[in-house]
Design a protein around this ligand. Structure first.
Ligand code: NAD
Ligand code: UGA
Length: 465
């Protein structure tokens, strides 16, 4: 007889913990779901009476939260209490790239994971199923198990790996109808029982044939592999975009031509200014680090090239702006349309915009930023975090706008960094009329109609054309 879960706790109320648990609560009204976090401001925002103010912007998410919050979905800072009550505990904390010590700049920093494991070990009084939701290096479950099983308080733990595959901007859609849910567990009878308990949770709305089960290590490694493959496709098409620009081929046409081959498929072939987001880079660096630590030089070098290509794409976009603007952008206003790493999210982590801006700021450009969802404070946080120049200097050179037409007024050039749909619908004639001439437009997302804009008078540069 499988254990039926009625109380879930999730540690970490971020971009994964928040949406994932909101959907579990929505689809499983019989399960009490408590999401906890140390960050009081974040929890307060999740509890904001107006669900439009929740800290993660995702289409459809505020509606899901409005439906379940207060019924069987709760957000709290009382971590110990939630751990104590729950039968199943998801760990969904951040696992950023290490910024110190061994593996600095490459390995995943697992200190938050270890803190969670120690906290669970300290608090738990009855048996728990602990679920790794965060993306983790292969064999992390071993360390988590070690910490949990050496407490000597008689509590039995089962560790499961249940990596998350949602993409930001489509999180609710992805969670409602996932391509697959992956669950890894121990092959022992107790491990299988725990695994089945989690299968039963998802089976409330996910067809069973889409719930894949496997062992712990395959599950952990599958997550890093999935992100590496996805990012590799973007770097592959971006590499070709540069060749297209030199040869007169059009990368959109090349992508369409190869994408119709069912073995290749049409998705993730959009050339861009470079991929961003909190995970692709960190997960590939982690994969490279793991391969190197096993002495697999060729494997490590192979995957590292995906990052090298991505860095190249961002810097060549910035260099092209400087070169085209007669080799100097000093004192010139350059309007940035978009700061988020992709459309339909307010997340800016590792956004290409940050690195393109940094390169142009090194050339003393003045940057005017407009993004429909990113606040001014985040733009300055991102630039200051790089530490390239003082915060005062960033404030001096960068201005944020809430009106795109104002952002573009008197600009020498516009750079499109994010593919927000609204950019397609602007009155481009009006924008052109108010710009310095020649009016340059660098489309890093291939979203505007370059022929129509050229007719207006813009000098348009599109990635891969
Ligand atoms: P995030 O930074 O948005 O959220 C993590 C949260 O954990 C933060 O609010 C932080 O305060 C909290 N936290 C950290 N340590 C804690 C502790 N000891 N106790 C309580 N709270 C604690 O991160 P995220 O984007 O949600 O990512 C979480 C994990 O999920 C990462 O491993 C990431 O790789 C993975 N992932 C992310 C995505 C995505 O789209 N962002 C998708 C799939 C997987
Ligand atoms: C990605 C994966 O798609 C998710 O499956 C995974 O769960 C998640 O990482 C994670 O582990 O964090 P996400 O980063 O949210 O999701 O968004 P993506 O849609 O994958 O886009 C990543 C970056 O690649 C964005 O900057 C996007 O603009 C860029 N991209 C994507 C392209 O430049 N071209 C494409 O064709 C696709």
């Amino acid at each position: 007889m499988n254990k039926k879960i009625t109380k879930i706790c999730c540690i970490g109320a971020g971009y994964v913990g928040g949406p994932t648990m909101a959907v579990i609560a929505q689809k499983c009204p019989h399960i009490k779901v408590t999401v906890v976090d140390l960050n009081e401001a974040r929890i307060a925002a999740w509890n904001d009476p107006n669900t439009e103010n929740i800290p993660v912007y995702e289409p459809g998410l505020s509606e899901v939260v409005a439906e379940a919050r207060g019924r069987n979905l709760f957000f709290s800072t009382e971590v110990d209490k939630a751990i104590d009550e729950a039968e199943m505990i998801f760990i969904s904390v951040n696992t950023p790239t290490k910024t110190y010590g061994t593996g600095k700049g490459m390995a995943a920093d697992l200190k938050y994971i270890e803190l969670c494991a120690r906290q669970i070990a300290r608090v738990a009084k009855d048996d728990k199923i602990v679920v790794e939701k965060s993306t983790l290096p292969v064999r992390t479950a071993e360390a988590v198990k070690n910490i949990l099983q050496n407490t000597g308080n008689g509590v039995n733990y089962q560790i499961l790996s249940n990596p998350e595959f949602l993409a930001e901007g489509t999180a609710v859609e992805d969670l409602h109808a996932p391509d697959r849910v992956l669950i890894g567990g121990d092959t022992t009878p107790e491990g299988q029982e725990a695994l089945n308990a989690l299968v039963e949770v998802y089976a409330n709305w996910v067809p069973r044939e889409r719930i894949l089960t496997t062992n712990l290590w395959s599950s952990e490694l599958s997550k890093l592999t999935a992100n590496a493959f996805l990012a590799q496709r973007v770097s592959s098409i971006n590499a070709l975009s540069e060749l297209c620009e030199r040869t007169g081929a059009d990368v959109t046409e090349v992508a369409r031509s190869i994408g119709t081959d069912s073995r290749i498929g049409p998705k993730f072939l959009k050339a861009s200014v470079g991929f961003g987001g909190s995970c692709f880079q960190k997960d590939i660096l982690n994969l490279v680090y793991i391969a190197r630590s096993y002495g697999l030089k060729e494997v490590a070098d192979y995957w590292e090239q995906v990052i090298i290509m991505n860095d190249h794409q961002k810097s060549r976009f910035a260099n092209n702006i400087v070169k085209t603007l007669y080799n100097t952008v000093s004192g010139k206003k350059i309007a940035f349309l978009g700061w988020a790493f992709k459309k339909d999210t307010n997340d800016t982590r590792e956004s290409a915009a940050i690195y393109v801006a940094d390169a142009l700021l090194n050339e003393e450009a003045g940057i005017a930023v407009y993004d429909p969802k990113v606040p001014e404070s985040q733009v300055f946080f991102d630039l200051d975090y790089l530490g390239t120049r003082s915060a005062d200097k960033n404030k001096q050179l960068v201005t944020n706008y809430t009106d795109p037409y104002e952002a573009c007024k008197d600009a020498h050039a516009i750079a499109i960094l994010t593919e927000w749909d609204e950019f397609k619908t602007y009155d481009w004639q009006r924008i052109f009329d108010n710009m310095k001439k020649p009016a340059f437009l660098f489309d890093g997302r291939s979203i505007v109609d370059s022929a129509a804009l050229t007719d207006i008078g813009f000098k348009v540069y599109t990635i891969g054309k």
